[in-house]
Design a protein around this ligand. Structure first.
Ligand code: PLP
Length: 383
């Protein structure tokens, strides 16, 4: 029996004191909020994703609200979302008074399929939010083909997990109306809280610049340009979603080195896959030819042993989390819409049995060995 107890956190970020200088430089500029540092990061994002427009925001959630406001999606509209995702994907739709229409995910990849979306489309559908779960992209081109006859249906990619991902050689933002990233504390690129919207649509970009800042016709830098006050107008309703330069300053170096860290994520994810091959543990199937950002590494055990397995891992010093329980079966959505577990059986079954293991670029061999041995010695015998 493996009895070594060493602490392995669920996540360890990649920032350190060397970033203090990047923040200090912002303190010497007039605008601590959205200004020239943010603009430089937006250019960097445009180059990385090969898109013409990027707008930094203070979270994925507020970025999605700003995008839905810009697309004028609200009461009476339906937005198709997967049942297996973080609650934010559905909540932003609900907050704006529209209806999230859940679809179940594919049993192997755990992502939303174009066929499922095709079956859920109604005359009220105004958007689809595919989620590139755990770092693996949905095929946006296939999705576009299914809803191509309805150009008023926007595709907004939830790219919170998929900064580095590709699908059939293309990146997020290539075939959608917009892709939205999260720079939350545990994400592959992080500034604690933050996000970005990228889009190929000039009209959507112009609208988002307003909806990320109360609906104002000019941001802080423009309002005080040329050292004199300039009036602004408010032609549409907006949220408060802009990212301050103080946080944006943490991003340029991370974006420049993100592919190096992806290699480290990939090698550690493969090591888990090799260690668990041939066991009853299930993992998300990766589509050949796609690049996964390897955001997190979930395994699946029979639901009857999941909570005991979580406790055992925690007792052995291993940080864990659950990504995710099926969203429509959480109390709010169940009570409001009357969903039952069987409505989305794949999401439900995965959500009741999944456990996310530690995966981050600085995870050491010794730490990973401890996780693997604990799963082998304590979790597998429970099954
Ligand atoms: C799939 C997914 N969508 C959206 C979000 C929300 O991101 P944020 O915390 O930046 O609002 C998250 C965050 O964990 C996520 O995992």
């Amino acid at each position: 029996m493996h009895i070594v107890v060493c602490k392995v956190p669920f996540y360890r970020h990649s920032l350190d004191q060397s970033y203090a200088g990047d923040i200090a430089r912002v303190l010497d500029t007039p605008f601590l909020t959205t200004g020239t540092v943010s603009q430089a990061v937006e250019h960097q994002l445009c180059e990385y994703f090969d898109v013409p427009h990027a707008a930094l925001v203070n979270s994925w959630t507020n970025g999605a609200i700003a995008t839905l406001l810009a697309l004028e999606i609200g009461a009476g509209a339906e937005v198709i979302v997967p049942a297996m995702t973080f609650i934010a994907t559905a909540n932003v739709v609900e907050i704006l008074g529209a209806k999230p229409v859940f679809v179940d995910v594919d049993r192997d990849t755990l992502t939303m399929t174009a066929d499922a979306v095709g079956r859920a489309v109604t005359e009220r559908t105004r958007a689809v939010i595919p989620v590139h779960l755990y770092g693996q992209m949905c095929d946006i081109r296939a999705l576009r083909a299914v809803i191509g006859h309805r150009p008023e249906i926007a595709i907004i990619e939830d790219s919170a997990h998929s900064f580095e991902s590709t699908c059939n050689g293309y990146r997020p933002g290539a075939h959608s109306d917009a892709a939205i990233f999260s720079f939350y504390a545990t994400k592959n690129v992080s500034c604690g809280e933050g996000g970005a919207i990228i889009t190929r649509r000039a009209d959507l970009y112009e609208a988002v610049l307003q909806t990320r800042s109360h609906g104002m016709s000019a941001g802080a830098v423009d309002r005080f340009a040329e050292d004199r006050y300039q009036h602004w107008d408010m032609a549409r309703l907006g949220a408060k979603a802009n990212l301050p330069d103080l946080l944006a300053a943490l991003l340029p170096r991370q974006i420049a080195t993100v592919n190096d860290r992806l290699e480290r994520r990939e090698s550690r994810a493969r090591r888990y896959e090799e260690a668990f091959a041939g066991t009853p543990l299930r993992t998300a199937r990766l589509v050949p030819g796609a690049v996964s950002a390897r955001h997190v590494f979930p395994i699946h055990v029979p639901p009857r042993v999941r909570d005991r397995a979580l406790t055992a891992l925690n007792e052995y010093g291993i940080g864990t989390t659950v990504n995710y329980r099926s969203v429509p079966t959480l109390t709010y959505y169940r009570q409001k819409y009357g969903y039952v577990a069987e409505d989305f059986p794949v999401s439900y079954e995965w959500g009741e049995g999944t456990i996310t293991l530690p995966l981050f670029p600085s995870l050491t061999m010794e730490e990973q060995d401890h996780v693997i041995a604990t799963v082998r010695d304590l979790v597998l015998p429970m099954i």
